[in-house]
Design a protein around this ligand. Structure first.
Ligand SMILES: Cc1cc2nc3c(=O)[nH]c(=O)nc-3n(C[C@H](O)[C@H](O)[C@H](O)COP(=O)(O)OP(=O)(O)OC[C@H]3O[C@@H](n4cnc5c(N)ncnc54)[C@H](O)[C@@H]3O)c2cc1C
Length: 306
């Protein structure tokens, strides 16, 4: 799709371009913008706002020859913290491994080497990750994304809706982008169906979508913003299922953030535990805090590896 005309609330005109380059105008009643980071409508209406609370950058590529975890954990993602951020290792099909670094923008901007060298240097800051990369071969160019966190000021208009990255993106961690993309698509389908078949209920459906997206974003963002800091790292690397709190956090990280049923009080309890630990850290905290503590017998080496 090249552009959309939305002036008439009862219909939408879009200019489509086919693979052979030919173009034609199409008409429909509702438009769902699922154009991802391109954000067709957010750009058209100049309504994309950078996230002031979360300014990160990422450099990433695909590699072969990176050893996987053993046994049933071979498909698991690994996360490694380093002093300016964290690294992901995501096993893909065959021998491919997606490896990326998410870091603070000041660290990213201060680089005076090529992006390839920057990624290599950054990986070497996490010794376990560097060890796994000893036999790796990069098979794609290194890509970079800076200040990638944003949200559109509006989720919908009378004849359109934004879903997924076209509406909002916070951070690659916890795969929240995919959670939001899928959940917003499900909710948008309800809104569109109501707008087309029973307009009297459309407002309520849109209200539900807005509420769920807001709740999901607030819950996930609270965890994402704190993920790189030592207090959260400590809690993640030494989890305790006190009154089901650990299970709740796992549930939240698996995408249970939209409805809030059953997880709300345990999530609040986790925030309290976090606040208590923050105070403890201020007062001196644990005597040693390494970026990758020793692996307890039988458990994965990284907190999110399981
Ligand atoms: C650095 C980085 C790392 C990430 N890592 C992870 C990760 O490890 N795990 C994870 O879950 N998520 C990750 N994400 C996020 C994830 O990729 C997105 O949140 C998710 O893909 C969003 O899905 P989407 O369908 O909204 O958009 P997309 O997957 O981007 O899909 C949008 C589609 O629309 C098409 N399109 C764009 N413009 C037009 C147009 N004008 N007409 C027609 N088609 C168009 C595009 O070609 C694309 O196919 C990462 C993001 C970043 C920035």
């Amino acid at each position: 799709m090249r552009r959309a005309e939305l002036d008439d609330p009862s219909k939408v005109r879009i200019e489509a371009q086919h693979a052979d380059g030919s173009r034609r105008w199409l008409e429909c009643k509702q438009l769902v913008d699922a154009s991802g980071r391109d954000g067709l409508l957010a750009r058209k209406f100049e309504m994309r706002v950078r996230n002031r609370h979360h300014q990160s950058a990422a450099a990433y590529s695909h590699y072969t020859g990176v050893p996987r975890r053993e046994g049933e954990r071979e498909g698991n993602i690994s996360i490694y913290w380093f002093d300016h951020g964290w690294l992901w290792f995501i096993p893909l099909a065959g021998d491919l491994m997606s490896v990326g670094a998410v870091c603070r923008t000041d660290y990213f901007r201060a680089r005076n080497v090529s992006i390839e060298q920057f990624l290599d240097d950054t990986i070497s800051r996490a010794p376990e990750a560097a060890e796994r990369m000893r036999t790796a071969t990069r098979v794609e160019p290194v890509r970079a994304a800076s200040n990638y966190s944003y949200q559109a000021r509006r989720l919908s208009g009378p004849n359109y809706l934004l879903i997924g990255d076209a509406y909002v993106f916070v951070d690659p961690v916890f795969s929240s982008g995919v959670h939001f993309a899928l959940q917003s698509a499900v909710l948008a389908a309800d809104v569109i169906a109501a707008r087309l078949r029973s307009p009297a209920t459309a407002r309520a459906k849109l209200g539900k979508m807005k509420r769920q997206m807001k709740r999901g974003l607030a819950t996930m963002s609270w965890l994402i913003y704190r993920f790189p800091n030592p207090v959260m790292r400590h809690l993640f690397l030494a989890p305790r299922d006190l009154w089901g709190v650990e299970r709740t956090i796992v549930s939240i990280l698996s995408g249970d953030v939209f409805e809030g049923r059953g997880v709300a009080w345990r999530y609040r309890l986790f925030k309290l535990i976090y606040a208590g630990h923050k105070l403890w850290f201020k007062l001196g905290g644990p005597t040693t805090l390494t970026s990758q503590p020793a692996e307890p017998t039988g458990t994965p080496r990284t907190a999110l590896g399981a």
